[in-house]
Ligand binder design. Structure first.
Ligand SMILES: [Zn+2]
Length: 315
């Protein structure tokens, strides 16, 4: 057994022993895994409480270690909200081991979500499946569905309702507030979508490359398309075959930008961009530079439009 889970378990036992059960009855402890989900939960809870965020800003959801304070929060939680093991494999065992008294909401199971298949190959329009690139297929992404579901604001809108229903069940006295907050949040997301649509429209037809294939949901919702991704997942660096495919794609001469991310592998993206003589931009799928809270989610989506516009703007 890994050492961190032992640490997590003992921390949880200490937490349980120190704060006996009477101190837990006051409010429902709510834990959310990654910052974009935490933001949606915080929006629904506004005026009633603040959820705990498990994944620190800047950490990768694909690979993280649990801190003792996280273990205590999980052990004390009434509601745990996460995406699911495809994007957060590190969280599956701690939830099973620690959050025994909690309602666990797995948001990748929400009914009605827009779901996209993972794109194959490095350069997306090249459909030559004979070009074997499987060294990039890490276990986190072996599921066929692209797990970056939160980058479609309409998925986020469905989650607001699901989060509100779960909270209302656990805390019926505040049910009206949760439902009203979710509805207000949905209205905000609709306005956000309209703003982004207007921002992104002039950028259509300007091909770009991303560091890892995280933005398919955003692209699909706003009708733009990456020409390729250097890496399939942020859990692993791309193999040389995949990088070579991207360099080939760049030789067509129409790519305007390569987007790196705030965390991970900036050097590779920068080197490939420099060699090809294209601009480098930044797209942040997790809101690493933003303050956690209700405003993070809309700022994250706006940030993607900003990042695209900054690098792809008309010549
Ligand atoms: Zn990813």
């Amino acid at each position: 057994m890994q050492r961190w889970i032992m640490t997590a378990l003992s921390a949880a036992l200490i937490a349980l022993g120190t704060f006996s059960s009477e101190s837990r009855a006051e409010t429902v402890g709510v834990v959310a895994s990654i910052a974009p989900l935490h933001s949606l939960v915080a929006r629904v809870m506004e005026g009633r409480g603040t959820p705990t965020l498990l994944l620190p800003p800047g950490a990768s959801p694909h690979d993280n270690a649990l801190r003792p304070s996280d273990a205590a929060a999980l052990a004390d939680a009434g509601l745990v909200i996460w995406m699911g093991p495809a994007i957060e494999p590190w969280l599956e065992r701690p939830i099973t081991a620690l959050a025994r008294n909690a309602t666990v909401l797995r948001l990748n199971r929400t009914e009605g979500l827009t779901r996209l298949d993972l794109r194959e190959g490095a350069a997306f329009e090249a459909e030559d499946k004979g070009d074997d690139d499987q060294e990039d297929g890490d276990e986190a992404h072996q599921d066929e569905t692209d797990p970056h579901l939160w980058l479609d604001p309409r998925n986020a809108a469905l989650w607001l309702d699901e989060i509100a229903r779960a909270l209302a069940k656990l805390d019926p006295d505040s049910a009206d507030t949760y439902m009203a907050n979710a509805e207000a949040g949905r209205t905000e997301l609709a306005a956000l979508e309209a703003r982004i649509e207007a921002r992104v429209a002039p950028l259509r037809g300007r091909p770009f490359i991303v560091l890892h294939d995280a933005f398919h949901y955003f692209e699909d919702r706003f009708d733009i398309e990456a020409a390729g991704a250097l890496a399939l997942s942020d859990a692993r660096p791309p193999g040389p075959a995949r990088v070579a495919q991207i360099r080939d794609r760049l030789r067509q001469g129409d790519i305007r930008c390569i987007f790196r991310e705030p965390q991970g592998n900036a050097k590779l993206a920068e080197r490939v961009a420099r060699d090809a003589g294209v601009e480098i931009g930044v797209l942040d799928p997790l809101g690493a530079a933003l303050a956690p809270g209700p405003a993070l989610y809309p700022a994250l989506i706006e940030g993607l439009a900003d990042g695209l516009a900054a690098c792809l703007n008309p010549l």
